[in-house]
Ligand binder design. Structure first.
Ligand code: FAD
Length: 423
């Protein structure tokens, strides 16, 4: 770029983590950047993610890490290699938010929430000259290829930037801003979009009245769930109309697909995964000494009231024989009849297929328009994989803009990428 000319302007539509990391890279490269968002403030979903501890990324070995993206792995792998979990941690630490590895291997900021990180990030962006156009709802393109927004006053605003990054998110928790209305806008341009579907989501299970009224909100701690030969240990929570929680989310893609195919799915719940069936049989064979079934199961089986209620849901007259009872405790069948709706999911599957974008995440049918974050067609379990891919794709799209505008990748000095590491 000649020193005398003014830098090109880049529009970033969507101020979630994907859009904001792209803004940082482009701001560092000296470009004029405007982040448009329909909400009165940016990063709302990031802030809500912070309520549960803000699981930024995961510390497991890279070769395992990338398998979490299933079919999207081949396309996401090089992008995550260019911005690895340790880069995300270094970036967070660069904003004054030290991170730590929890017992499960998940990585969190020490503050355990998103607000200090977002505050520091926005002030860095401001110092880089990034501008924000809030309460600007993107409505597509006009016939001259200009982006159309409706501002807070209902006025139409049209702009023709040198490049555009769309980072509009999925469609879960739409009140936070990502409502998926972009699907229609891209479809109108002839861009294929895979249907948006709930990911990391709970399931519907028609509980009895007793179960619903007495145990809604109760956690089932340290259980193991098995579906289609895959077992996940963790926690599940009984809801009024079904079941949710970390262990359920981990199996949710397979469960969702099975329910779509066949209308239902049976999950097996091991209420005592740390005890072998034999050890359980031995304990349950002890004399009951006049104890009620519930007291006996609580004392001899080590089961909580909600666990005992689950056994009764599966088998109202509990098997009297220790062997059969132990088998039930190790594999309580739960028949799921539906997937909870997308607006209640943690994340979104579906979106812009990788076939629609080049290796810089630029739309093949719309040169100069890039796509990043959850609106791309990938899904991953909870555990920090969502934010890691969100950041990596935001960074990749920004680098794509720099390459297209033939601006040196000076943005990647500092702590933003493995590209700068000596190893
Ligand atoms: C409850 C919850 C907890 C979570 N916890 C974690 C976690 O601990 N770890 C993890 O890795 N992930 C977590 N996630 C997922 C993570 O927050 C998302 O994957 C991430 O925010 C996606 O970032 P994004 O930038 O792609 O989109 P978003 O963060 O959704 O941002 C998209 C932005 O685009 C704007 N926008 C949308 N449409 C328009 C339009 N037409 N015009 C203008 N602006 C528009 C929206 O207002 C929004 O600001 C959680 C999600 C939820 C809901």
């Amino acid at each position: 770029m000649p020193a005398s000319s003014s830098p090109p302007e880049v529009a970033i539509v969507g101020g979630g983590p994907a859009g904001l990391i792209a803004a940082e890279v482009l701001g560092r490269a000296g470009l004029k950047v405007i982040v448009y968002d329909q909400m009165p403030s940016v990063g709302r979903k990031l802030l809500v993610a912070g309520r549960g501890g803000l699981n930024l990324t995961h510390s497991e070995e890279f070769k395992h890490f990338v398998t979490r993206y299933a079919e999207a792995q081949p396309r996401l792998r090089p992008l995550i290699e260019a911005f690895r979990p340790e880069d995300l941690r270094a970036w967070s630490e660069g904003l004054g938010q030290e991170t730590f590895v929890g017992s499960s291997g998940r990585v969190f900021p020490k503050a355990f929430k998103a607000s200090p990180l977002l505050r520091a990030w926005l002030s860095r962006l401001e110092s880089l000259g990034v501008r924000f156009a809030l309460r600007h709802r993107w409505q597509g393109w006009d016939e001259d290829g200009r982006l159309i927004f409706t501002d807070a006053a209902g006025e139409s605003v049209r702009v023709k930037p040198a490049a555009t990054i769309l980072a509009l998110g999925g469609a879960s928790w739409p009140r936070l801003g990502s409502d998926g209305t972009w699907v229609e806008l891209l479809s109108r341009q002839g861009i294929a979009v895979s249907p948006l579907r709930p990911a990391n989501v709970g399931f519907i299970l028609p509980w009895s009245h007793v179960m619903r009224s007495r145990f809604e909100g109760e956690p089932l701690k340290r259980v193991a769930l098995t579906f289609e030969g895959r077992t996940v240990r963790g926690e599940a929570i009984v809801t009024a109309d079904g079941i949710e929680g970390g262990a359920v989310y981990a199996l949710s893609a397979r469960l969702r697909d099975a329910i779509e195919r066949t209308g239902g799915a049976t999950l097996h719940l091991d209420l005592r995964p740390d005890l072998s069936e034999e050890a359980l049989v031995k304990r349950l064979g002890a004399p009951r000494k006049g104890q009620s079934a519930s007291t006996f199961l609580r004392k001899a089986g080590g089961l909580s009231p909600v666990a005992i209620a689950l056994l009764r849901e599966a088998s109202p007259s509990l098997p009297p024989e220790p062997g059969a009872l132990a088998r039930l405790i190790k594999a309580v069948p739960l028949t799921l009849t539906g997937t909870k709706s997308l607006d209640r999911a943690i994340s979104t599957a579906g979106g812009v297929p990788f076939g629609e974008v080049d290796e810089h995440l630029m739309l093949r049918r719309m040169p100069g328009v890039f796509v990043a974050g959850e609106m791309l067609d990938w899904e991953a379990p909870t555990g920090g994989y969502l934010l890691q891919a969100t950041f990596a794709t935001g960074l990749a799209a920004a680098r794509g803009v720099l390459a297209r505008l033939q601006i040196p990748d000076a943005a990647l000095t500092g702590s933003l990428s493995s590209a700068t590491r000596q190893t």
